[in-house]
Ligand binder design. Structure first.
Ligand code: ZN
Length: 453
């Protein structure tokens, strides 16, 4: 790995037998150089503190001419005898100290300010600058972080501003040079709409970031696809970030529905995609057509609808179409759905983009219904369960079965717990259940309860 990277070093330290050791640090550097090893060519032995200060000052501006980045210099006592006498603490020697230059700052013109939309919908203002050389590279842009920062700086298009690199890496606007304004500068109005999709934006209370709320915003496609494919949603396990990136970059996928139009041939044309893994992805996508309704609802990424609400919606309505056409009042009959969630669900399905995606998914044969729980048997109605210990199936699955049968699964044992479902090697929960007199059952007993009707 390292051999492939263009790395180079300067050697600055020498260890030799006592009698061959030079008597100064500069002598050591000479010796290293004579051995043919690379030594930083600008190291200098200086007579006194005045010479040292002059040297540091000279390099403050000249360091940008070096062909590597540097944020300072190391000052060392040259005499080896003095070095030895000074010694060191457990952490550092007393004969050497690092000197750091203040970050280089330059004045330039703010040509324009634009807003970018990130993968999570976050709107980030960015200043486009008249190019300026800073700590060795040309800087053309600087992030303005968020709306508050734009207001704090009162930065305007046409302003002159001081730029520096934070940690010598990320260009930052330090301040606006307001004395140099001539009145032609244009104040920046932070957009009320998403610059990518035109949807409204929102800022949650207590948050600094403004976000695009459109779940179909192009800028958020990758993130949304990853969510749709995630384990708790459609569980398309082979669709990792690198595959999703390629699918989006190559224009093969514009929404969830397009996943179902992928073929092995299309996948095999992608980088690093072997025949075998292409087949696995297609198989996983195919399997997801039969995913339970609540996973589809969760996967759609409706704002404020998590796994639990998705499950309740599926149980209450029994089909995606019924949810999509329900009015807000009907939606709020679901336990976890308050007015805000209901509004979010309604708004989601009113979008043309949502209607298109739902139709694509339907055409692809994706499951959109389930038995309405109110109609099915609910043998565990009103009972609450705690699950503990090592079990034969994933805990998620057992939890789902209990909930499908009307039961509730909670995380800790109390006197209100109806049953503790207990596997191998149970610990404190079993102890507590015994102490509180909560009945303890095994998986087989649970299975019998589930099969009652
Ligand atoms: Zn948007």
């Amino acid at each position: 790995m390292a051999a492939k990277r263009p790395l180079s070093v300067f050697i600055y330290w020498l260890r030799a037998a006592e009698n061959r050791m030079p008597d100064s640090h500069s002598g050591c550097l000479d010796m290293i150089r004579e051995m043919g090893l690379p030594v930083e060519p600008h190291a200098e032995a200086l007579r006194d503190v005045d010479a040292l200060v002059a040297h540091l000052e000279k390099w403050e501006s000249r360091r940008s001419e070096l062909d590597y980045e540097t944020d300072g210099m190391v000052i060392k006592v040259n005499s080896m005898a003095h070095q030895k006498a000074l010694g060191g603490t457990s952490r550092h020697p007393r004969f050497a100290i690092a000197f750091k230059y203040p970050p280089e700052q330059k004045e330039t013109v703010v040509v324009s300010i634009e807003v970018q939309v990130g993968r999570t919908g976050k709107l980030t203002p960015v200043a486009n600058l008249e190019p300026v050389r800073l700590s060795g590279t040309i800087v053309k842009r600087a992030t303005l972080h968020n709306r508050d920062e734009v207001e704090r700086l009162d930065i305007r298009e046409g302003d002159r501003a001081l730029v520096r690199k934070a940690g010598e890496i990320i260009p930052q606007i330090v301040a606006v040079v307001k004395e140099k304004r001539d009145g032609s500068e244009k104040p920046f109005a932070f957009p009320e709409q998403c610059p990518v999709c035109g949807s409204e934006t929102s800022r949650q209370e207590g948050e600094v970031d403004v976000r695009c709320v459109n779940p179909f915003c192009e800028a958020q496609l990758r993130e949304r696809l990853a969510h749709f494919c995630s384990r708790q949603a459609m569980d398309i396990e082979n669709a990792g970030p690198s595959l999703i990136n390629q699918l989006v970059d190559k224009g093969l996928v514009h929404d969830f529905g397009d996943l179902y139009a992928l073929t092995r041939e299309k996948l095999e044309s992608l980088d690093r995609m072997a025949e075998k893994s292409a087949a696995n992805v297609i198989e996983a996508i195919d399997r997801s057509r039969k995913a339970p309704l609540d996973r589809l609802i969760f996967g759609l990424g409706i704002p404020m609808v998590g796994t639990r609400t998705a499950k309740q919606l599926a149980d209450e309505f029994g089909s995606l179409d019924a949810i999509a056409s329900a009015d807000a009042e009907r939606l709020t009959q679901v336990t976890d759905v308050g007015p805000r969630v209901a509004a979010s669900v309604k708004e989601y399905f009113q979008r043309d983009a949502a209607k298109n995606v739902v139709e694509k998914l339907r055409a692809a044969g994706v499951n959109m219904t389930q038995e309405r729980r109110a109609d099915g048997p609910r043998p565990l109605d009103g009972l609450s369960f705690v699950i503990t210990g090592a079990l034969s199936r994933p805990r998620d699955e057992i939890k789902r079965d209990i909930e499908n049968a009307g039961g509730k699964v909670v995380s800790s044992v109390s006197k209100n717990t109806s049953f503790l479902v207990c596997g191998e090697d149970a610990g404190s929960k079993l102890e507590k259940a015994n102490k509180l007199g909560v009945p303890v059952i095994d998986e087989a007993a649970l299975a019998r309860m589930l099969s009652q009707s």
